[in-house]
Ligand binder design. Structure first.
Ligand code: GLN
Length: 532
């Protein structure tokens, strides 16, 4: 079986939603019973997203196998309800390191090592290997960045070569651009799109399809103009106008006939039922539009200036609310600015503290965790929010006034949260946290057990610090229960206060396992408690 490839490029500017177009095309193929997956190419020089500031670049998405990936991988997982491996996020650093290491081993046998063919070969090898290893019918590859960027050139060149080598029956290019309108009902401008296609053709790539972002549906005249200037048949120019939910994008592309067009290009038309499996997906998408009451959540965190920093948490809250027919409104509150305003949190149905690193804003989180406990407001603490809930309990219930995590105060006399022992010798920051999926054992007769309805789950992690088990007896004596653990009770994974309306914390990141129609259990329990 030969995998068919769809390469998605982007023009005009970043942030157009190439990831959503990529995921939507993949979803449509999956709904047509095809085995499909996605790859994200990130042309930046970081080896992975792990060392990048979430406020600048959005959330770091963690895969089961411990990859610290671009947040688009999260979109792929949510759209396809399918786990991705870390190999599905390719960066410049990974490619160059592999080539340089091979050169040092002498594998190029004296050749002068160059971008073409050595770098481009390495890129092609990785893409083909994924298709092969996973026996895919289709692989949709999204090339990050904007056509014209210096960094993306070797990747686009590799994709161009793949089309030449595999042939037009095996590879198509979809180019995502923007048709801006200057006023709400104004004319849709095509010049930026024209220029970006010219740039793409200059490097040897002629797009087969155009996906054009616009506020209102693409006008027929705009479509024709784009068709003429980009040398793409007008029926292959697709409107990607604004819709209330990203999960409706597959529908609007489908209505414009994109699935049949793709199958025609690949000579598969008539062989595939492109309308299969729509009902289940439509039910899920419709349930997300339900507005039978709103749950107000305060999300108190460190990286709130960019909501994309917590994109999976935002989604997970929505999945959970949709399950009980409600919508959720989220106020993102900067933990650095909460001092003195913590009482305002009383107006929320629930308080969520997501992950975070470092001392800035940590005191605000500790106050928030304590406030939720004292006022009996549903609380969900994730990773940092779990650790600092334990710190707050240490300070205000155990009365250790300087209780802390050694991440925030290395000299605290009560280190209720401390460095993982194996981290003590770690010096490199990249890829060195406790990462990826680990098995967790849940104690019977706990809130955790009720939420998960299981004694064993596997969830994804990304941390360097953990609960100091020396304090367990004291915590438990005062009503804080550690209801799940891992690594033969060495690590605490969940905490709860049974006497509270809902006070729950998890060391892992449940948001990465939440999918439309299938909310992750701790989010579901939190939202249910917040709604009641
Ligand atoms: N900074 C904490 C740690 O390293 C929490 C990490 C997180 O929230 N992802 O353990």
């Amino acid at each position: 079986m030969q995998t068919k490839f769809i390469f998605v490029t982007g023009g005009v500017m970043s942030g157009l939603g190439k990831g959503v177009v990529t995921s939507s095309i993949a979803k449509l193929l999956q709904l047509s019973n095809q085995k499909v997956s996605c790859v994200k190419i990130d042309p930046y020089l970081n080896y992975d997203a792990g060392t990048m500031n979430p406020v600048a670049h959005g959330e770091v998405f963690v895969t089961d196998d411990g990859g610290e990936c671009d947040m688009d991988i999260g979109n792929y997982e949510r759209f396809l309800n399918q786990n991705m491996r870390k190999t599905h996020n390719i960066t410049t650093a990974q490619i160059y390191s592999a080539v340089i290491e091979a050169e040092r081993r002498g594998e190029y046998l004296g050749a002068c090592v160059q971008i073409i063919p050595h770098i481009t070969d390495e890129i092609k090898k990785r893409i083909l290997k994924i298709a092969d290893d996973e026996h895919l019918d289709f692989l949709v590859v999204e090339c990050g960045g904007t056509v014209g960027d210096i960094e993306s050139l070797p990747f686009l060149e590799a994709l161009r070569q793949l089309r030449l080598e595999l042939g037009p029956q095996e590879v198509i290019f979809v180019h995502v651009t923007l048709a801006p309108s200057l006023e709400v009902v104004g004319e849709q401008k095509t010049k930026p799109t024209q220029h970006s296609v010219q740039e793409l053709r200059r490097i040897g790539i002629q797009p087969d399809m155009m996906a054009v972002r616009c506020t209102q549906p693409l006008l027929d005249s705009t479509r024709k103009k784009i068709s003429m200037f980009s040398n793409v048949t007008s029926t292959d120019v697709f409107s990607c106008h604004d819709v209330p939910s990203i999960f409706s994008v597959p529908q609007i592309l489908y209505e414009q006939g994109i699935v049949d067009k793709i199958f025609t290009k690949f000579n598969k038309v008539g062989m595939i039922n492109s309308a299969a499996n729509w009902d289940k997906w439509n039910n899920i998408v419709n349930s997300m539009q339900n507005k039978d009451g709103e749950i107000k959540i305060a999300m108190v965190g460190k990286y709130v200036t960019l909501t994309d920093s917590y994109v999976s948490v935002n989604h997970a809250l929505k999945h959970a609310a949709a399950k009980i027919g409600k919508s959720v409104s989220i106020d993102w509150i900067d933990s650095e600015e909460i001092n003195g305003k913590v009482n305002d949190l009383v107006k929320y149905n629930g308080i969520l503290v997501p992950g975070g690193f470092g001392s800035r804003g940590a005191e605000g989180i500790i106050k928030t965790a304590n406030f939720a406990r004292e006022k009996n407001i549903p609380y969900l603490g994730i990773c940092f929010g779990f650790q600092l809930a334990a710190v707050a309990f240490g300070r205000h219930v155990l009365n250790y006034s300087d209780a802390n995590s050694t991440e925030l105060d290395p000299k605290t006399s009560h280190p209720v949260v401390d460095l993982l022992p194996e981290q003590k010798t770690v010096s490199n920051m990249g890829g060195s946290l406790r990462l990826g999926a680990h098995d967790i054992t849940i104690k019977p007769s706990t809130i955790a057990y009720k939420a998960y309805n299981a004694s064993h789950v596997s969830r994804r992690h990304r941390h360097r610090y953990e609960i100091n088990t020396k304090y367990l007896p004291e915590f438990e004596k005062h009503g804080l229960v550690f209801s799940a653990e891992s690594d033969n009770s060495k690590r605490m994974e969940m905490l709860e206060i049974p006497s509270h309306k809902f006070y729950f914390g998890v060391q892992f990141h449940p948001e990465f396992n939440s999918r439309p129609g299938f909310p992750e259990e701790s989010f579901e329990a939190f939202i249910q408690a917040s709604a009641s």
